[in-house]
Design a protein around this ligand. Sequence first.
Ligand SMILES: *Cc1c(COP(=O)(O)O)cnc(C)c1O
Length: 376
Amino acid sequence: MNNTFPKVPLLDLKAQYDNIKEEIKQAVDDVLESGQYVMGPYVDKFEKAIAEYCGVEYAVGVANGTDALLLTLDALGVGQGDEVITTPYTFFATAEVISQVGATPVFVDIEPDTYNIDVTKIEAAITSKTKAIIPVHLYGLPVNMDEVLRISKDYNLYVIEDACQAIGATYKGKRVGSMGTAGCFSFFPTKNLGGFGDGGIIVTNDAELAKKLRILRVHGSSPKYYHAMIGYNSRLDPIQAAMLQVKLQYIDEWNAKRRELALKYNEAFKDLPVHVPVQDSAPYLGVYHLYILATEYRDDLLAYLEKNGISSGIYYPVPLHLQEVYRELGFEEGSLPKSEQVSKMTLALPLYPELSEEMQEHIIAVVRAFYKERGI
Ligand SMILES: *Cc1c(COP(=O)(O)O)cnc(C)c1O
């Protein structure tokens, strides 16, 4: 391949900012002029907008997606001696928060096609200590929620949806985050709805839970300076809320663009020996947070892309049950084989709404040349 094509990044946040610069600057200025820099009307307004977008009653803004999960577990009383079922193939925060409240993560292997938690294996992992399930809508693809919710009813468990990568995705027409006891979102800059710094939010239809979360995020105080519980300092910044309010207007358009680009990749790679988790097969409608493909030749392909000026990424190289910090849980290599296999084979290609047709065609040509040169 020739190397004259400009470098292609995995993600280009500046390109998105450039398209909405004036609105973003105005939003920041509005907050600065308001004189209120913690909580206040811009946070309230954004919480209402997210609740409406997700089709739920309440939304509670917090400092980041990790805290959204952490405060929810805490508010639900999950703690010491409890077990929480989740997937080992996710960002570390999903399990980290379970450990932070003193509970134990119980990892259940993933489905080979979707890379999401294998719902047929959840029941076997339930014990008398199980309190909750955290399904993760990984890479923007919804989990089979009918099955998760059926199990949660049968065994009286909470369901906390980790929807940090999936805002806007739907399962049977319902937004992710709206189906469980609560849903958690992150506004980390690289997420589909990303801020210009950290941010997070919890959505729920449970009035008691929402009320408790609102108290927990301000040091457990209600009213101010009266503390009935130990809480956190974890609030969504009003400047972030105002900027996210601008971006929320575009999220459906951006998610649709991601889907369009992803479908083009799918079409271009369909005769290659790669596996791509399908995100748009009813009743699942994903939002392609990342465009992931699995290949036996992952490390070689990554090097080849790099050599040709294309950045790609490995999500996630080590499944959580094999992380050093979780050695004490007693998992060994081979204990959750699907997640181990997938973590060795997956690669993320550049995918973001501003990716040009020309750039995508270049990426496709380089991927195809890799296989052709090897005679595969
Ligand atoms: C990003 C992410 C989080 C954590 O969100 P932060 O805002 O970075 O704290 C949690 N779970 C998953 C699946 C994520 O992708």
